[in-house]
Structures are given as C-alpha cells and as structure tokens.
Design a binder for this molecule. Sequence first.
Ligand code: AMP
Ligand code: TRP
Length: 326
Amino acid sequence: MKRVFSGVQPTGNIHIGNYLGALKQFVELQDDNECFYCIVDEHAITVPQDPKELKKHILDVAALYIAIGIDPKKSVVFVQSQVPAHAELGWILTCVSNTGELFRMTQFKAKSHGQESVGTGLLTYPALMAADILLYDTDIVPVGNDQKQHIELTRDLAIRVNNRYGKTFVVPDGRFLKTGARIMALDDPTAKMSKSAVNEMSRISLLDEPSKIKKAIMRATTDSEGSVRFDIENKPGISNLLSIYSAFSGTPIEELERQYEGHGYGDFKKDLVEITVNALNPIRERFQEIRYSQELVDSLRDGAERADAIAVKTMERVRDRLGMGI
Ligand code: AMP
Ligand code: TRP
C-alpha cells in the first residue's frame, strides 16, 4: 500500500477545475492506498482571511470532500491546524530552503505581482506544503499541474535533508492527470479557471445550481469557425470544453470530435450542460445532507487524531536527526 497525501485550501468557490484536476483522483486513489486528505487552513492565512468566512470554508471543503465520495473511515480527512507538527516541520523546512528557490516559484510571482506589500508567508508557503507531504512519508501527491513546481521543491528539500542528516524523509512523486489537469476559465480560455476570478461565469463551482451551469456553458467563449475540434493553440475555448466533457463523461476527446462532426457549438454545449449537471447534482445533494451534521465534525476530529499519531512520530525522528531538543 502506498501513502497518498493532498491538500486543498479552504476557500469558497471550489470549481470543476479543482475537481477534475485534483479532487476526482482523491476518490479513485482511496481504494488501493492509505490516503490523507487535508484542508490546509495554515496555507489559507498566507493572505488575509475573514475569521468567520475561513471557519465556514473549512467545513465547506470538508463536506465537499465527503460529498464527492471520499470516505472518512477509509481515508484520513483532517484540518491542517489541528495537527501542530505541520507548523513545526514547516519552520524547519523554511530553514532548509533558500530564499532564491522560493522567489523563483511561479505561484509566488503571480500572487505577489504588482502588490505593494507581500506577506512573508506567501514566500515561505512551499516549505509548509513540503512539510505537509513529508510528515506522512508520502509516496504519491495527486495535484493539478499548477503544483508541479511545488512538488519539485518538496523533493529537493527531502533529498537535501537526507543528504545532510541521513535518511529522514521519503521522496514523494507528484501524480498529475492528463485530461482535466488544467481547466481554463470559461470566459477566457487562456487563463486558468480560478476561485478568485471576479466574473462568476468564468467558472462552474461544484455547488452551482443547474441554471447557473447552463448560463456559464452557453456563454463560454469559443471561436467563429464552428467545428468541434481539439486545437489548444487556435481553438482554446472549444478545446477546454472538450476537456471538460471528456473528463466528466470518460469519453476520449477523439471520439467526441467524431461524434460532433457536422454539429455546431450549440448542440455540443447543450449536451455538455446535461453531462455537467448530472455529474454535479449528486454532489450538491450529498453536501447539503452533511454540511451541518455532527458526523462531519466527528470525522474531522477522528482524522486529526489519526494524522497526529503519525506526525508526532515523524517529528521525533526529524528532531533527532537534526540534533534538536534534549
Ligand atoms: P487551489 O484552488 O489552488 O486550492 O487548488 C486545489 C487543487 O486544484 C490543486 O491541486 C490545484 O492544482 C487544482 N487546480 C486548481 N485550479 C485548477 C484548474 N483550473 N485546473 C485544474 N486543476 C486545478
Ligand atoms: N498548495 C496547494 C494548492 O494551492 C495546496 C496544498 C497545500 C497541497 N499543501 C499541500 C497540495 C500538500 C498537495 C499536498 O493547491
């Protein structure tokens, strides 16, 4: 059995990009692996958060995890700040990392670009992410393509510690999906679908009502050629919609191209609406059942206990290797 670890930030608007790029694999992996799925509230506070909203979003994401099919009895589902070792190892790995490699991270560059003042946590964030992963002797990290650089850094830090202090960490591998690894914004297929875009129609959130899903897809940017063909360079809009269709239906893109030969974008989009609504309806219903239940809170407490038991052991090993403590 392999160890799997991944995390999602507790922010609103979890969208089909998050689902198809990352969350969907979480469910698939839990049958044959020992999985840890974390809600990373310590990552969330790298930018200012409203306390009430943050608390709400933590439980929202936890309920979504379960609604998409993660079984909290099988997998360990927990909130990062409930396991103190994350912050502790995060600090140690911050000290192992160099400012140069942190400044090079494209996510840091993107998030700090044009800002007058940038929080230090935004820079050191990848060291905390490495801590999340390395605490559990993780073999596999299922994430979207945008996290590739952070996984590379995690591997570098693990290898650096192992070389300096003797074997301490398992060096993990990223697991990136091909289709769905990068879902683009519906209103601008050259930008990544994002939780924070101002235009609601740029994304489909997992809890969106059918009427909103329909509006967003029917309005999605395409091109004037009118043929349903995958060509990222010249037809990024329809290519993105084909990726979404394929990821939800399991039908390969080439087969969809054949199926829609001679049809306009209207027919294709109508079918995509149906496929998407059918995929998201059960998730929204299950979410509503469990979001305000005691069962949800109990699962998170239980998850934190199970995670903590392992993390505490890893920290004993790390402190010992580095010569820390008494
Ligand atoms: P975040 O929204 O940054 O908290 O990301 C949560 C997970 O979803 C990460 O594994 C990301 O790589 C993935 N993800 C975020 N946006 C997209 C997107 N547009 N397409 C595919 N995966 C994404
Ligand atoms: N940085 C990830 C993101 O923004 C979230 C994350 C934090 C994560 N810690 C992790 C993902 C550990 C995988 C493993 O999406």
